[in-house]
Design a protein around this ligand. Structure first.
Ligand code: NAD
Length: 495
């Protein structure tokens, strides 16, 4: 069976791994490949390789780094369909959604193409007589990224293009559930002209992650995944002296006021609740209906749910694919059972679909009359399950958001500008949508939640990403009058 290897020093690792894990096609339930599981020695090799490449790379000119990023951007653009197909085959998401993932990843590469613009320092002349002061942003060294299964191309692209453009060398540990997109991306980076060893990929699990967290030559760790792991990555990484940003799980609420455009809100609820089978950290999982909004909204949501085409993801007309693994499908089905047991009203039940195929499918599911004490409200389900919590007024909706431990994304649907403005001002959540259900910031802002959805001080990518992957230095200098010597009539080439 095909073996998906590590990528170290600009090529696939050759040695047969001591351990492997299975990779499935979630739509059929078949195992399609084995993935290498890195040992401590494999991680050490990747870090050493990255360290060896660092000296040359951090001193490579901004012009040369920019050219590589542009070439990478063109290659990813040319291979976007290949990447999208890999996502469909290992993650299970539908092809259109996979294309969107690649597009959002590309936008982060495009931001990294502007590296020379975003890493400029500041300069003050004559801070004292004949003394100048200036600041510069320098790379951290060897840095690492650990990424989740749900965006196997995009989330790594949130990290390594910018980190590398900043002059760091990188070790990526992608999810072991869908590891192929990282390898294709690393190949494209190499074709773009990236020197060997600047980007390395180690496949694997906790063994690899633990080693990265304790390795003395790893300066920083960027993590995206579930909250319990994010919390522990932050604690262990910072205790080991590393800079860490650890993005965790979510429970995103969509507040619907009675004056909202209910057709727009119903479209949004269905798209953001069931898109990617709910396996998005920015998926809507709770509808908070204010006053009598539920009575107008839920019939429209149900009507739209009936039109969702659940199918194997490569079909062009598929709306929703399977969940990533059998275990995850069973976990999601277990949550539906618990919602029923705890007294929520099951309006649409996705469980009958489970028996219809060997793939890991669960159909779109809708609950009404969910109480905040119920497990389906408290836990991140990460599946196509929407819970409706009915509240009397805006203040009760805000109290729910204040009390919730997660604070990744939130949305409000209303036609009242004053209510929306009050909401954006006081809601304790990192990313806010106003009549927009999935408010993922574009690549030139930064992505991140609050509370248990992010551990660390800096958000991901964009301007805060630049701060995360660099450290600043301030120079104070005094020079005698400068004199330029020698003859060179050529135009400087910046190499
Ligand atoms: P996960 O936490 O299980 O895994 C994330 C990464 O950590 C993977 O690379 C995995 O191999 C590794 N890992 C797993 N268990 C570990 C352990 N015990 N010790 C060390 N490393 C370990 O998450 P997942 O299931 O792959 O992804 C889904 C989760 O990610 C959801 O909770 C989702 O909300 C979250 N997520 C958050 C964001 C965000 O930006 N906040 C984005 C995408 C996904």
């Amino acid at each position: 069976m095909r073996l998906i290897q590590h990528w170290i020093g600009g090529k696939p690792h050759e040695a047969e791994p001591e351990r492997t894990g299975p990779v499935f096609n979630p739509a059929t339930g078949e195992q399609t490949a084995r993935v290498a599981m890195a040992s401590v020695a494999d991680v050490d090799l990747a870090v050493r390789t990255a360290k060896d490449a660092l000296g040359e790379w951090r001193n490579t000119s901004l012009a040369a780094r920019t050219r590589i990023m542009f070439a990478f951007r063109d290659l990813v653009n040319r291979h976007r369909e290949d990447l999208a197909k890999l996502l469909v085959s290992e993650h299970g998401k539908v092809i259109n959604d996979a294309r969107g993932e690649v597009q959002r990843g590309l936008e982060n590469i495009e931001f990294a193409c502007g590296i020379s613009q975003v890493t400029k320092g500041e300069m003050s002349e004559n801070v004292s007589s004949s003394v100048d002061s200036y600041s510069m942003l320098q790379p951290l060294g060897v840095v690492a990224g650990i990424t989740p299964f749900n965006f196997p191309a995009m989330v790594p692209m949130w990290m390594y293009p910018l980190a590398i453009a900043c002059g760091n060398t990188f070790v990526l540990k992608p999810s072991e559930k869908d590891p192929s997109a990282s390898i294709l991306s690393a190949e494209l980076m190499q074709q773009a002209g990236l020197p060997d060893g600047v980007l390395n990929v180690v496949q694997g699990d906790k063994v690899a992650v633990d080693r990265l967290l304790e390795h003395p030559d790893v300066a920083a760790v960027s993590f995206v995944g579930s909250t319990p792991i994010a919390r522990s990555i932050y604690e262990v990484g910072t205790a080991n002296g590393k800079r860490v940003q650890a993005l965790g799980g979510a429970k995103n609420h969509m507040v619907v006021l009675p004056d909202a455009d209910m057709d727009l809100a119903a479209d949004a609820a269905v798209n953001a609740g069931y898109g990617s089978a709910g396996e998005r950290c920015m998926a809507i999982s709770v509808l908070v209906t204010v006053g009598d909004a539920a009575d107008a909204l839920l019939p429209k949501v149900r009507e739209r749910m009936k039109a969702i085409r659940v199918s194997e993801g490569s079909a062009e007309d598929a709306d929703m694919g399977p969940l990533v693994t059998e275990a995850h499908r069973d976990r999601v089905a277990g949550y539906i059972d618990s919602g029923v047991d705890e007294g929520a009203v099951l309006v649409e039940d996705g469980r009958p679909l489970i028996a219809e195929s060997d793939g890991f499918f669960v159909g779109p599911t809708l609950f009404d009359h969910v109480e905040p004490s119920m497990t389906i409200y408290q836990d991140e389900i990460f599946g196509p399950v929407l819970s409706t919590v009915r509240v009397a007024d805006y203040d009760e909706a805000m109290k729910l958001l204040e009390d919730n431990p997660y604070a990744n994304g939130v949305a409000i649907f209303t036609n009242d500008g004053g209510a929306a403005r009050k909401f954006q001002n006081e809601v304790p959540v990192g990313m806010v949508g106003i009549n927009v259900p999935i408010p993922v910031p574009t690549a030139y802002y930064s992505f991140g939640g609050w509370k248990s959805s992010l551990f660390g001080d800096l958000h991901m990518y964009g301007p805060e990403g630049v701060r995360f992957w660099t450290r600043s230095k301030v120079v104070t200098s005094r020079w005698p009058d400068p004199s330029a010597r020698g003859k060179n009539l050529g135009f400087p080439q910046n190499d």
